[in-house]
Ligand binder design. Structure first.
Ligand SMILES: Cc1ncc(COP(=O)(O)O)c(C=O)c1O
Length: 394
């Protein structure tokens, strides 16, 4: 059979990520012990009460039908969580939509709100799902550079007028992946003004809202006056409660946006498994001390990594939030060369910054997804590899 592959599929070639995974697997097959700091999936389990809730409801005979949408119990739990955590009032009946993880929202929203050729404004570097959604909608990305000198916040004044006028959506992500930056209130106010001026829907990806350190609590976009007029926030239980494989998240905010989006979703899927929704309710209502413990674990890992890398001459800024370290690499390397050299010489895997967009070149992303012992081992191997003393490739 001669298989026809759609034009659209051409936008989904093999990614750097799959090449790295193949290389890593080949190394493992050769018997090397690989320390993988490249994946953004938490290594720790969800709280025991969450696992027990799933187990209980999964054993009930009446939880296996289509759920179709979020349950009202789930929507109430999201609304009271936002009220408690962010002082944001949400109407649970109209202002929350249940998602199969935030990815579900991020990749599908552009198909609902952008036509081919429309611009979607995305952070550069930014999380890779944004590009997927844009490609599915056959829209155009417009990269908003995140530069160190601007606190890794986009400079909206740099967006050309003709791009702004053709923009359908803007995606913002603070705390970010791969750049663990935090938004300020004044930045979000600028975003709202921009969105109103150019009629742009704002999507705030808040997947790392619970991972912050030393009291730098991330600001919910929806807590800024006027935000609900222009946008929504997407949040997830994947990182906050280590439920990444147990797919559930939600979009909340502007009711009109969510109404159209729900209509689209009702054509796509039949909702999240009810025991998972029950578990999410438990997590959102009883999970605050668990989140505190998680933050302490990530913070200790962060400190160990940053301090021990500093002791071998790799100075990296200490992130205030998220589960990632965004590390500038030594001059003379591309981020991909550096990543392969690290894998070959230290058997440590990190992610090259350019995989997240052109402005990621010169950086690697290190995920804090191993315990302190493995992180210390990774640093000791990096030290022994002598990578900082090698002549560069260029
Ligand atoms: C910034 C960001 N948003 C969204 C997601 C998707 O998370 P999930 O679909 O598990 O909620 C991720 C996952 O790594 C992420 O890093």
């Amino acid at each position: 059979m001669e298989m026809k592959i759609s034009e659209r599929m051409k936008a989904f070639g093999a990614s750097v990520f799959s090449e790295l995974v193949a290389y890593k697997k080949a190394k493992m097959a050769q018997g090397f012990d690989i320390i993988d700091l490249s994946i953004g999936s938490p290594d720790l389990p969800p709280p025991s009460f969450v696992r027990e809730t799933i187990a209980f409801y999964a054993s009930q005979p009446d939880t296996y039908g289509y759920s179709l949408t979020g349950t009202s119990e789930f929507y109430d739990a999201v609304a009271s969580y936002y009220q408690t955590e962010h002082k944001v009032q949400l109407n649970p009946n109209e202002e929350v939509v249940c998602l199969m993880g935030s990815q579900d929202g991020l990749v599908h929203l552009p198909m609902v709100f952008a036509d081919p050729g429309d611009f979607i404004l995305v952070p550069d570097p930014g999380y890779t799902a944004y590009a997927t959604g844009i490609a599915m909608a056959q829209a155009e990305p417009y990269f908003m550079p995140l530069r160190k000198e601007n606190g890794f916040l986009p400079d909206l004044r740099e967006i050309p007028e003709e791009v702004a006028k053709r923009a359908a959506m803007m995606i913002v992500n603070f705390p970010g992946n791969p750049v663990p930056a935090l938004a300020t209130e004044s930045f979000f106010q600028e975003v709202i003004e921009f969105a109103k001026r150019y009629n742009v829907i704002v999507v705030s990806d808040f997947a790392y809202s619970e991972l912050y350190y030393e009291g730098h609590k991330p600001i919910s976009f929806l807590s800024i006056p006027g935000a609900k007029d222009v946008g929504i926030e997407i949040n997830s239980l994947s990182k906050s409660y280590n439920m990444a494989g147990c797919r559930i998240g939600y979009a909340c905010g502007n009711a009109e946006i969510l109404k159209v989006f729900s209509q689209f979703k009702s054509n796509l899927d039949y909702g999240v498994f009810l025991p998972v929704q029950k578990a999410a309710v438990a997590a959102l209502t009883k999970g605050s001390s668990f989140c505190e413990e998680s933050r302490n674990i990530y913070q200790s890992r962060r400190d160990l990594l940053i301090e021990s890398l500093s002791s071998i001459g790799w100075e990296i800024e200490r992130p205030k939030a998220s589960m990632f370290v965004w590390a500038e690499i030594p001059d003379g390397w591309t981020s991909l060369e550096f990543v392969y050299a690290l894998m070959d010489r230290a058997h440590v895997v990190v992610t090259p910054g350019h995989a997240f967009g052109p402005n990621g070149e010169g950086f690697v992303r290190i995920a804090l997804v191993q315990d302190e012992e493995r992180l210390a081992e990774a640093v000791s191997r990096i030290k022994q590899s002598g990578i900082f003393h090698l002549p560069s490739f260029s």
